[in-house]
Design a protein around this ligand. Structure first.
Ligand code: PEP
Ligand code: MG
Length: 589
């Protein structure tokens, strides 16, 4: 038995035979010099292929819409943009004309040069975009050479898909009903396969290095997307305990077992459970999973993966769509739209930020306050969409009260502009801010005078408190949501919210961890907001506990002796949970 360790990119457990996805393999690409005068013919071929692919992509968009019930289509719109990119096409044409080469050769060369530029970038987001370029290049080469191999058609029975990495097109073309899980050599938590896997509740482990060469097709493996491991040649005992986990998971995820709205405690008390969403992720089935509102709409995804900034109208459409969607979750559902949180590891192509330390740079609210036209446009679009439902505006990465005051002034100016033009918006719209920088938690009492609610972004709060990059494996041991320093900051934020009658949420990933999220609930947060596929487990955990249980749970860290570490706290909380809720077994890992 061998256990491979990778990145846990989508929670859940799967056991089954391996399907090795080898993609299209190497497309045989002819490269030759064309006879003088034949260049126009080459360009006509290129044009025909572009047309054919455009049609394919448009068909694919339809398929994705049908399969996911909504519109996870931005990635394919991005592929259409690459395909129609004048600069890229111009370079291919220039190469055909000046070097007299066939179009396959020009396509390969020009895409190769662009790929090399992307690969040099330090930013994981941009490196991930190499997959998009590859995807479009393969489509072009397949069309130009008439290569017809569709590896996704070979997946005909339920299997764990093992691949080097998967492009977005490959991921959505695989038949969902046969995918038990994903295990890839490469990939990251921001990759499309990870996003889709989470949205579709498919367990996934990435960054396994060389799994494709360690397994054989058909071999039975165990995939643990919660802890990021894959077990090869499992022994009988491991196999059967894993089988029990899968059974538990199936039982917990079956939505029919929901007796009352997610977040209802055993004694009828409540901790609201909302979903985190962003443009481009399929939203079908959120209601069945138990989401009762949207606690975090990451608007910055509208800026990513494209060359130009979205205008007011496009933003308005996107926000309105999300607001209408939120109303389907519950008639009183709120949707918290977070204004542009760019910078750090999220830098759109349309924005030129070059900083040596982007996580501490001109990001998020700081960027908006220094790019007021962008801020105003976004606020106008959000305000206009606010007539469709119950919208809350949230400011990210606020580190001092001046930023809140300034943002509030700009919001008031934008409201007056709308008033003078007779444009409707929700006059009672509320604003809130993220607590994700230690200074915000330390100043929470002061912040509370300027907003109506707080949302604790533990992803960043832990990173900034511990000075440990949230995406760096080498310091992952320091990334401790239950470190006493983080707990002190969370408690200060909750106390400030309670004293000032503010609602307080946690919308970082830790909200979805049964041990940690329950602790936030026990400390008194009103809302836990998480990826929708994680809601059922959290909902069932809360449904099994009373407020008195939560009060007891809240006391655990304080009852430990001085010198307690984050690990001690986690262990003590975990042990309490396992004793209290034995039926959840390893799902509490
Ligand atoms: C957070 O920091 O916890 C958060 C929710 O924001 P993001 O993950 O988008 O930075
Ligand atoms: Mg954050």
């Amino acid at each position: 038995m061998t256990t491979l360790h990778g990145l846990a990119t989508a929670r859940g457990y799967a056991a089954g035979p391996v399907f090795i996805y080898r993609g299209d393999g190497d497309i045989p690409v002819p490269e030759y010099i064309v006879s003088p005068g034949a260049e126009d013919g080459e360009l006509a071929r290129l044009k025909r292929s572009i047309e054919e692919i455009r049609k394919d992509l448009e068909d694919l968009v339809k398929v994705v819409r049908e399969r996911t019930g909504r519109s996870d289509v931005r990635v394919f719109e991005c592929h259409l943009m690459i395909l129609e990119d004048e600069f890229l096409c111009g370079e291919i044409e220039k190469r055909i004309r000046s070097r007299h080469v066939n179009c396959e050769s020009a396509v390969r060369k020009v895409f190769g040069m662009h790929r090399a530029q992307f690969e040099k970038m330090n930013d994981p987001y941009f490196r991930e975009r190499v997959r998009d370029l590859d995807d479009v290049e393969r489509r072009l080469l397949k069309s130009l050479t008439g290569y017809r191999h569709n590896p996704h058609l070979d997946l005909k029975s339920p299997s764990i898909v093992v691949a080097d990495d998967l492009t977005p097109s490959e991921t959505v073309q695989l038949p969902r009903e046969y995918i038990l899980g994903f295990a890839t050599n490469g990939g990251s938590s921001t990759s499309h396969v990870a996003l889709l896997a989470r949205a579709l509740a498919i367990p996934s482990v990435a960054g396994l290095g060389n799994i494709t060469s360690r397994v054989c097709a058909g071999e039975e493996i165990l995939l643990d997307g919660t802890n990021g491991t894959v077990t090869l040649n499992p022994d009988t005992a491991t196999r059967s305990s894993f089988g029990r986990l899968i059974e538990q998971q199936r039982e917990i995820l079956s939505s029919s077992t929901f007796a009352s709205p997610a977040g209802t405690l055993k004694d009828g008390g409540e901790v609201k459970i909302y979903a985190n969403i962003h443009p481009g992720v399929p939203l079908a089935g959120y209601s069945e999973l138990g989401a009762r509102g949207i606690g975090l709409y990451r608007s910055e995804y509208l800026w990513l993966n494209r060359d130009t900034e979205p205008g007011e109208e496009e933003q308005f459409q996107a926000y309105s769509e999300a607001v209408r969607f939120s109303k389907q979750l519950s008639p009183t559902a709120t949707i918290t739209i977070r204004v542009l949180d760019i910078g750090g590891d999220k830098i759109p192509r349309s924005v030129s930020i070059k900083e040596s330390n982007p996580f501490l740079g001109n990001r998020s609210i700081r960027y908006l306050l220094t790019h007021r036209d962008v801020f105003r446009t976004q606020l106008r679009a959000i305000l206009r969409a606010s007539t469709e439902g119950r919208v809350i505006i949230m400011y990210p990465m606020v580190s001092c009260v001046e930023e809140l005051i300034e943002a509030g002034k700009i919001l008031e100016q934008v409201k007056s502009e709308l008033d003078s033009s007779g444009i409707a918006y929700d006059k009672n719209i509320k604003t809130g801010c993220m607590i994700e920088v230690p200074s915000a938690a330390l100043n929470a009492r002061e912040f509370a005078r300027h907003v109506s609610f707080f949302s604790i972004g533990t992803n960043d709060l832990v990173q900034y408190t511990m000075a440990a990059d949230r995406g760096n494996d080498a310091v992952a041991h320091l990334y401790q949501p239950l470190n006493p320093a983080v707990l002190a900051l969370v408690k200060m934020s909750i106390a400030a919210a309670k004293e000032n009658d503010l609602r307080i949420a946690v919308c970082g990933e830790s909200a979805a961890d049964p041990v940690v999220g329950t602790y936030w609930a026990a400390l008194g947060v009103d809302v836990l907001s998480m990826s929708a596929t994680y809601i059922p487990v959290m909902a069932k955990v809360l449904a099994s506990l009373t407020r008195a249980d939560l009060d007891e749970y809240a006391k655990i860290p304080d009852s430990l002796p001085p010198g307690t570490t984050a690990d001690d706290i986690f262990r003590a909380c975990h042990d309490w949970m396992v004793k209290k809720l034995p039926q959840f077994g390893d799902l509490l890992a």
